[in-house]
Design a protein. Structure first.
Length: 272
């Protein structure tokens, strides 16, 4: 049983079920970024921690074709944090916020025995991209390359070091790809828990399954925290989307087709 899905299913709001909640033209999203769950302070600088905490949250807005506008931060900090480390953390938050045109408008801070961060992003969208909308025979694809995040995480867990440009630290979001191709997309979500785990989520939202026709390595399909896009589109748009992705220099891999076949991911949960 997927604990996260089971927990969420107990709430009654019709606005739950996407990367964010779309209400009256606005998208509201929130993610946690906790020490010893998502990162360790010995792996990343405080600047990198602040930056990634923002990026993983902005990813939800982008996945719904929404323009992020405001952010609220909740930061639980250890009493041992220095003024220099705190300043680094703030700079990481602000630099990413500035890059995406976001104003940090408030939040809360408390003392803790470790560094835990949650970010609420408020976005606006004229044409949101939902998880629902997949039709039978739609093609399923993902952007970019998968697998590097989990590979680098394993290095860190074994005491190794990773490049400063590693995907585990330096996330590249697909905002332009989503906004420029929205009219061709039937559904989409970001890949945060692993391709096959998130594929199960999006298929369940549509009460449909999938036939996977491209063989993919387990290290690719089970790698979490990739923050690439999982998308579905009509097969008639295949050539157009492939051409447009090539022009925008975004690698696109078509790997499955939506069918009335039961699908369940065999990947182990990354955080539960």
């Amino acid at each position: 049983m997927n604990i996260e899905n089971h927990f969420i299913s107990q709430f009654s709001s019709v606005n739950i079920g996407d990367d964010g909640a779309y209400i009256n033209g606005y998208v509201y999203s929130k993610d946690a970024f906790f020490e010893n769950i998502h990162f360790k302070t010995k792996w990343m600088s405080y600047y990198q921690i602040g930056a990634k905490a923002m990026l993983v949250n902005i990813s939800d807005a982008i996945a719904m074709n929404a323009k992020p506008m405001f952010a609220l931060l909740a930061v639980a900090m250890p009493k041992s944090i220095s003024n220099e480390q705190m300043a680094e953390l703030v700079r990481g938050f602000e630099d990413v916020a500035c890059k995406y045109g976001i104003e940090i408008i408030g939040g809360d801070t408390i003392a803790n025995n470790k560094l835990d961060i949650t970010v609420t992003i408020i976005s606006k969208s004229k044409k949101p991209l939902f998880r629902k909308g997949i039709r039978e025979n739609d093609l399923l694809a993902y952007t970019g390359e998968l697998g590097r995040s989990k590979k680098d995480l394993k290095k860190l867990l074994s005491g190794g070091k990773i490049n400063k440009n590693s995907k585990f630290v330096n996330i590249k979001l697909r905002d332009k790809f989503v906004s420029q191709n929205r009219r061709f997309l039937n559904a989409g979500m970001d890949i945060s828990d692993g391709l096959y785990t998130d594929l199960e989520k999006i298929l369940d939202s549509n009460k449909i399954g999938a036939k996977i026709f491209k063989k993919l390595d387990k290290r690719i399909v089970c790698s979490g925290e990739e923050y690439e896009m999982l998308i579905a589109f009509d097969r008639r748009h295949k050539k157009t989307i492939l051409r447009r992705s090539k022009l925008s220099r975004v690698n696109l891999t078509i790997f499955a087709k939506a069918k009335q076949i039961r699908y369940r991911s065999r990947c182990k949960a990354n955080h539960f």
